[in-house]
Design a protein. Structure first.
Lengths: 305, 97
């Protein structure tokens, strides 16, 4: 594990192999669960950070859009951070006394592999669309939350194609099943890149979520901590209000499922790199994101519901 | 493997609702094969578009004809991808050794 370079981008196999190393090095804290298989039959692994038992839990997924490489890289760094800081960070210890953390680092394994081997700019899943030459569904338009509404395309060739039906994508369905079977998630955080935003529901509608004020206050405080490290400036707000109306998104689904603390990050591109953020930016990005993530997780711990 | 030789990524800071609407219309022009990294939403947010080399002149013409200013973020996407790949390969070799 000590030889792993967290400041580099890695292929899917390397990340999966590193997960095994992490699990073996921190076997009393970290376990690896397979929550299902992707369309192309790749395993989908969740890292569970737990001191035992089945506690209320926090969900973090990274890289549902495969080309947003800094997201997956941040996921790897973050998982390592949780494992290495546990035992020397009292707040993290207290968090894990009360809650479990589940991390899905490669939320779209087929897409991620495709970005490495075929098309670096691929965003969607790799499922075939009957009757179309174009493949893939935008997995963040495929959730049962205003499915098929504004801000999603019905064209299979579009990068925001919503798919034939809600949860049609096995990668989405696997997460839905896992979250529902667990039944006690209190927070759902999805990590994207690159326009420096921290968002909360809704995206499918521009109406205020019932907990809008609380979510906004949490997001604002989290971003203040994030900004304190390198000065990266974020905007905070509902998806609809700070980007655009987008239906079928994951955090809208989780929120409507009763997971109040649902957030989506858009990590940094403070330069002019977009999806090609240089690897030198991975650790600064992950480090600042950690401050915001930790704030949200601590808040969730301190505000049981 | 798909290559992006000569593809550019351009940034537009739209100055009016009219410009936003025109950029939204561009999104639907499938023949241009544009990849909107950041979609046209409001004047507050930039619009980033990957323009395939084959569409560069058409897009430039459309933007100029409508007085929409743009800057080039990435001049040749493939050069960036080559750099990224080289760096990954170097890291891989380092880790193995």
């Amino acid at each position: 594990g000590s030889s792993f370079n967290f400041g580099a981008y890695h292929r899917l196999e390397t990340i999966y192999s590193w997960m095994d190393t992490l699990v073996s090095e921190y076997s009393t804290l970290v376990t690896k669960l397979e929550i299902g298989r992707s369309y192309e039959n790749r395993p989908m692994y969740v890292l569970k950070f737990s001191k035992g038992g089945n506690k209320p839990a926090i969900w973090i997924d990274t890289g549902i859009h495969s080309r947003e490489w800094v997201s997956q890289a941040t996921g790897v760094w973050t998982a390592n951070k949780i494992a290495t800081d546990y035992g020397r960070d009292a707040s993290l210890a207290s968090l894990l006394d009360n809650m479990d953390i589940y991390m899905l680092i490669l939320a779209n394994p087929d897409g991620y592999d495709y970005t490495h081997n075929n098309n670096r700019m691929w965003r969607k899943t790799r499922s075939e669309n009957p009757g179309s030459m174009c493949r893939g569904v935008d997995p963040n338009r495929n959730w049962d939350a205003g499915f098929g509404g504004p801000g999603a395309s019905s064209n299979p060739c579009s990068d925001s194609y919503h798919g034939p039906s809600a949860h049609s994508e096995i990668e989405v369905k696997n997460v839905v099943n896992f979250i529902k079977n667990h039944g006690n998630f209190k927070s759902f955080i999805s990590v994207h890149a690159y326009s420096q935003l921290l968002m909360y529901p809704y995206g499918y509608s521009c109406k205020n979520a019932a907990h809008q004020a609380e979510l906004d206050a949490i997001g604002t405080a989290a971003v203040k901590k994030l900004t304190s490290l390198h000065g990266t400036r974020y905007k905070v707000g509902s998806i609809c209000n700070i980007i655009y109306q987008a239906s079928g998104g994951s955090i809208d689904w989780s929120y409507d499922e009763g997971i109040k603390y649902s957030f989506a990050f858009e990590l940094r591109d403070t330069g002019n790199s977009g999806f090609l953020l240089p690897p030198t930016q991975i650790i600064p990005t992950a480090s600042e994101t950690w401050l915001a993530l930790k704030h949200i997780m601590e808040y969730v711990r301190d505000h049981p519901y | 493997e798909r290559l992006f030789i000569g593809d550019q990524v351009i940034r537009i800071n739209a100055e009016s609702e009219e410009q936003i609407k025109l950029l939204q219309a561009l999104e639907t022009r499938e023949e241009l094969e544009l990849d909107f990294w950041l979609s046209p939403v409001s004047m507050e947010l930039p619009v980033d578009i990957r323009v395939p080399s084959s569409s560069l002149s058409s897009v430039s013409e459309i933007l100029n004809a409508n007085n929409i200013a743009y800057s080039v973020l990435i001049n040749d996407l493939q050069e960036r991808l080559d750099e990224e790949k080289f760096e990954m390969m170097e890291n891989h070799i380092k880790e193995r050794s």
